[in-house]
Design a protein around this ligand. Sequence first.
Ligand SMILES: NC(=O)c1ccc[n+]([C@@H]2O[C@H](COP(=O)([O-])OP(=O)(O)OC[C@H]3O[C@@H](n4cnc5c(N)ncnc54)[C@H](O)[C@@H]3O)[C@@H](O)[C@H]2O)c1
Length: 325
Amino acid sequence: MLDHNDKRVLVTGGAGFIGSHTVDLLLASGYSVRVLDNFSSGRQANLPEHKHLDVMQGDIRSREDVSAAMRGITHCLHLAAQVSVSRSVEDPYDSATHNILGALNVMQSAAQAKVTKLVYASSAAVYGVPTQLPLTEESCQQPLSPYGLEKWVDERYAALLASLHNLPSLGLRYFNVYGPRQDPHSSYAGVVARFIDRLLAHQAPIVYGDGHQSRDFIYVGDVARANLTALFSEQCGICNVATGQRINLLELIDLLNHFTGCSLPAQHLPAKAEDIQHSYGDPQRLAEWLSLSPQWTLSEGLSELIQDYRHTIARESASPLKVSA
Ligand SMILES: NC(=O)c1ccc[n+]([C@@H]2O[C@H](COP(=O)([O-])OP(=O)(O)OC[C@H]3O[C@@H](n4cnc5c(N)ncnc54)[C@H](O)[C@@H]3O)[C@@H](O)[C@H]2O)c1
């Protein structure tokens, strides 16, 4: 295995869904990793025991926590965030303390530490209702939620700090990420996790509206590769992390029924006013800047994910610690 221990990567939010997969990949590639996480949604169990991993419990809103975590760091991947769109609508002030002030705290600290590269999580939510498809990095950006606006503000701050403090950064606009370790029970879980959870419990997946809404689903393993490649590339600016493919929710449910061996049609509830009808990203810059194209087809990713769910269910039901109500 290659030894990259002269490169020490800080991953904020590293105990979460995307973060923990990226930590696994960084460690497997021979890098030293530090995680800063307040464990609000992340879990210690998502992280391996590894001699090149140290985990700090702390908050991106705290200057002390972030500057302590930044000590000795050469590269920073900033993922920690308040990730719920609906919570950002209910309490935009609190959401902004994580997603604007917390992000700015990480960026400022990274600039002071003169890290070689900062990569940070933006989101397809910066686009709002698409005025063209596929969405390119230059497409109109009119976020519909405080969450989307916060990610957009982060991009502006990153661009400003690049010129004021010479901080090289790349913002990644993730589309709909799915894969193992995504919590289906949180109020903001992705549809893939929620649909599988319902199907494996022999319940009809719930769809808001007619189900013809389409999305660009990207497997978390491909997102982890994009994060790692972005950290060690010289490209700076903004880049979509998307497949360029779209599928509507009814087609997704058909696929999931196929892989789970179920035949449960969707249960339809009234459409949500804020729901975007169609969204998918142009992955051309991802290919040109980072020489990446998604390795996982949707069928491969879904079948891997369902296998992982089945293993987890089997493990949990075999656990002697499980107490039945
Ligand atoms: N999952 C997606 O489809 C998706 C799409 C677009 C963008 N994103 C962005 O990707 C990033 C990672 O998202 P995820 O899906 O892995 O979510 P996640 O909730 O699994 O991970 C977020 C992590 O950040 C930690 N955290 C939250 N607030 C913190 C704080 N104040 N201080 C320290 N740690 C804190 C949580 O404990 C968690 O471990 C986020 O910035 C999110 O906005 C995700």
